[in-house]
Design a protein around this ligand. Structure first.
Ligand SMILES: Cc1ncc(COP(=O)(O)O)c(C=O)c1O
Length: 347
């Protein structure tokens, strides 16, 4: 099969498979993009003003902020800066499951060994097992709160415990979905020189197409990543968009409220349909539809509702992941899921 860059395009319909903002970005962001001047496009970008805006937004000093081309790039560059560049031999990373693919992929890219930790019952975070897996070879620990795909949070005391158990390792706390629920670890970063917090503008702010993420941490953890990150990694259009997204303070709470209401509607639908689900602090819900998950995902796609099939991952058997966004979109997904389940039960 010919390999094409990126994920396959699902075609027409509602995109509820990649946890995007289903309503699009703020209209003010579009205006800012339209106002870009020719010389902003012809010049190499300057990052000072967006770094300063992010520092204020996240409550840290500007030298604790590194803008990345999506948080994806931050994840890879953290592994390059802390494992590949210093040529750490026999390095291990710890990856609690189920996990976001770039964690094992970045581990493999830098030649390290991934130590995978199975989830607890009902996806309770396996803190004891993570701490027990720490060895002198551990160089990175990937923690994701709320977790993609379960939506479950890691309690702040557990994050502290892990950071303290592995002072020789960088603990990457991936908060890609934290705007939708839960407490951020950011106020703790001043106490933990080995922690990097990852954030993204792709989800709550609706800028996935712009590709802007942020790593936040003390220079001890951040500078090795800065050293390997290409100097002009984010384009000028994306920066103008992000600057305006930060200024539009009404957009995010309004969208987060829609997401919360949509999650409740998905839970209620699952109860009606008798499908197990897990309460989520993020903009998606993991639902167990059973052995037929791949066929159910196909049947939903035929109704132009695109959700994520998680059933091939042994830690999420029989599960699909549905993005919760604008309520009307969620209602369309619920209606389609109801119809597909009814068809399957009657056949
Ligand atoms: C857990 C997690 N981290 C990071 C990202 C990456 O976000 P981006 O590269 O769009 O900033 C995602 C995107 O799906 C994610 O689910």
């Amino acid at each position: 099969m010919t390999r094409i860059q990126g994920y396959p395009d699902p075609g027409e319909g509602l995109r509820l498979h990649l946890n995007e903002n289903t309503g699009g970005c703020s209209p003010r962001v579009l205006e800012a993009i339209r106002r870009i001047e020719a010389t902003e496009v012809s010049a190499y970008p300057s990052y000072t003003s967006l770094v300063q805006a992010c520092a204020i937004h996240f409550g840290v000093s500007p030298d604790w902020v590194l803008l990345t081309n999506g948080l994806d790039e931050g994840i890879l560059m953290a592994a390059v800066g802390h494992i590949a560049k210093p040529r750490v031999l026999d390095a291990e990373t710890i990856i609690p499951l189920p996990a976001f693919d770039p964690y094992p992929n970045s581990t493999a890219a830098v030649g390290a060994k991934a130590v995978r930790i199975p989830p607890g019952p009902d996806f309770v975070f396996p803190t004891d097992a993570v701490v027990a897996a720490v060895t002198p070879r551990t160089r990175m620990i990937f923690l994701n709160t709320p977790s993609n795909p379960t939506g479950r949070l890691i309690p702040i005391p557990d994050l502290r415990r892990i950071a303290e158990a592995a002072p020789q390792a960088v603990v990457l706390v991936d908060e890609a979905y934290i705007e939708f629920g839960g407490d951020t670890f950011l106020p703790e970063v001043a106490r933990y020189p080995n922690v990097l917090v990852g954030r993204t503008f792709s989800k709550a702010y609706g800028l996935a197409g712009m590709r802007v993420g942020v790593l936040i941490g003390q220079p001890q953890a951040l500078d090795p990543v800065r050293d390997v990150t290409l100097p002009f990694n984010i384009n000028a259009v994306a920066m103008a968009a992000t600057q305006t997204a930060l200024e539009d303070t009404e957009f995010l709470p309004r969208y987060a409220a829609q997401v919360a209401a949509s999650r409740d509607r998905i839970y209620a639908a699952c109860r009606r349909l008798g499908l197990p689900y897990w309460e989520s602090a993020a903009n998606f819900v993991l639902v167990r539809v059973g052995e037929d998950a791949p066929r159910i995902v196909e049947a939903l796609a035929a109704r132009q509702i695109h959700v994520r099939d998680r059933s091939k991952d042994p830690t999420t058997p029989g599960c699909i992941r549905i993005t919760a966004g604008v309520q009307a979109h969620t209602d369309a997904a619920i209606e389609a899921l109801g119809a597909v389940m009814a068809e399957r039960r009657s056949s």
